[in-house]
Design a protein around this ligand. Structure first.
Ligand SMILES: C[S@@+](CC[C@H](N)C(=O)[O-])C[C@H]1O[C@@H](n2cnc3c(N)ncnc32)[C@H](O)[C@@H]1O
Length: 267
C-alpha cells in the first residue's frame, strides 16, 4: 500500500479505525483502516463501511478496488478478487508480450482481467482479448482494460472469434483450480462472498485447466506461448495432459512455495 505523508489528525483517525478492526479480528487492520478512510466521502459513509467490514464483508468489493502490482483494479460484489499470488503470472506475461512482435494476448477465465490489464499497461500496442462465462466480472474487466480491448462472454474459448485461431501470441490464465474437497483451505470470506464457480474445479481441481489445455490447440501462432496458474501439487498431472495434447510443457515456481505456472509451447 502506498504510504503518503499524512497529517497527525489522519494518523490518529487511522489508529482509531484500526483499533476497531483489530478488535474484530482484522490481521491487516492499519492497512484496511487507511483504505476505508480513503474510500469514504464523509463520516456517515466511513461508519457504514466500517460496520459492514466488521460484519465480515470483504474489503475490496466494499471499497470497489484492489491493488494489483502498480494497478488499481475495479472490483465489486459477486466477483473473484484477483490474488496477489497472480502477480507472478502478470509479470511473466508482461515480459513475454514485450519481447514478442505484434503481440496478441488472450486471458481466458479472466474475471476482472488482472493479467490482461497488466499486459496492456506494459505493452500498450498489444491486441488484447479476454473471456469469461460470467458477465458480472466482465463489467469490471471493461473498466480495467483499454477501450479497444476485446471482451468475450462465453464458456472457455467457445465465443472467441474464429479469426483469432492461429494468431494468438500469448495466453495467460487463472482458471478455477481448487479441488472440490479442499473447501477447508479456502478463506471464509472467499467461500461466503465469491461464487463457487470461480473457485472449484472438480475432484483434483483440474477440470477447467484440462479443458483449456485441450481446447487451446490450434489457437497459438508458431512462436506463441501459454501460461496457466496452478497449485504446485497439480503441475505434474496438468503437464502430462499437456504433453498428451502435443504441447511442450514447462514449469515456473512462485516465491510463495505454492503457486506454479504451467507453460505451454507448440510441440
Ligand atoms: C479463479 S477466477 C480468476 C479470475 C481472474 N483471472 C483473476 O485472476 O482474478 C476464475 C474465473 O473463471 C470464470 N469461469 C468459471 N467457469 C468458467 C467457464 N466454464 N468458462 C469461462 N470462464 C469460467 C469465473 O467466472 C471466474 O471469473
Amino acid at each position: 500500500m502506498a504510504s503518503a505523508p499524512q497529517s497527525p489528525g489522519i494518523d490518529s483517525e487511522i489508529a482509531d479505525i484500526a483499533a476497531r478492526l483489530r478488535a474484530a479480528g482484522s490481521v491487516f487492520a492499519a492497512d484496511e483502516a487507511a483504505v476505508l478512510l480513503e474510500a469514504a466521502t464523509d463520516d456517515a459513509e466511513l461508519d457504514s463501511l466500517l460496520k459492514r467490514r466488521i460484519a465480515g464483508e470483504p474489503l475490496e468489493p466494499l471499497v470497489g478496488w484492489v491493488r494489483f502490482g502498480r494497478l488499481r483494479l475495479t472490483v465489486g460484489p459477486g466477483v473473484f478478487v484477483p490474488r496477489q499470488r497472480s502477480l507472478m503470472l502478470a509479470r511473466a506475461a508482461a515480459r513475454i508480450a514485450r519481447a514478442q512482435a505484434d503481440p496478441v494476448v488472450l486471458e481466458p477465465f479472466c474475471g476482472v482481467a488482472p493479467i490482461a490489464a497488466s499486459v496492456a499497461v506494459a505493452e500498450p500496442d498489444a491486441e488484447i482479448h479476454v473471456a469469461d462465462v460470467d458477465p458480472v466480472p466482465l463489467r469490471f474487466a471493461r473498466r480495467n482494460l483499454p477501450a479497444d480491448a476485446n471482451v468475450h462472454v462465453g464458456a472457455g474459448l467457445t465465443r472467441l472469434p474464429v479469426a483469432l485461431r492461429g494468431r494468438v501470441s500469448l495466453v495467460a490464465s487463472v482458471p478455477p483450480y481448487v479441488p472440490d474437497g479442499e473447501r477447508r483451505f479456502v478463506p471464509r470470506e472467499a467461500l461466503e462472498h465469491e461464487p463457487p464457480s470461480t473457485l472449484f474445479a472438480g475432484a483434483d481441481g483440474l477440470d477447467h485447466v484440462r479443458a483449456l489445455v485441450t481446447d487451446l490447440v490450434g489457437w497459438l501462432r508458431p512462436d506463441g506461448r501459454a501460461l496457466i496458474e496452478l497449485h504446485r501439487t497439480q503441475w505434474s498431472a496438468a503437464a502430462e495432459h499437456a504433453a498428451a495434447c502435443g504441447w511442450r510443457p514447462s514449469r515456473r515456481n512462485g516465491s510463495d512455495g505454492q503457486t506454479v505456472l504451467l507453460g505451454l509451447a507448440p510441440g
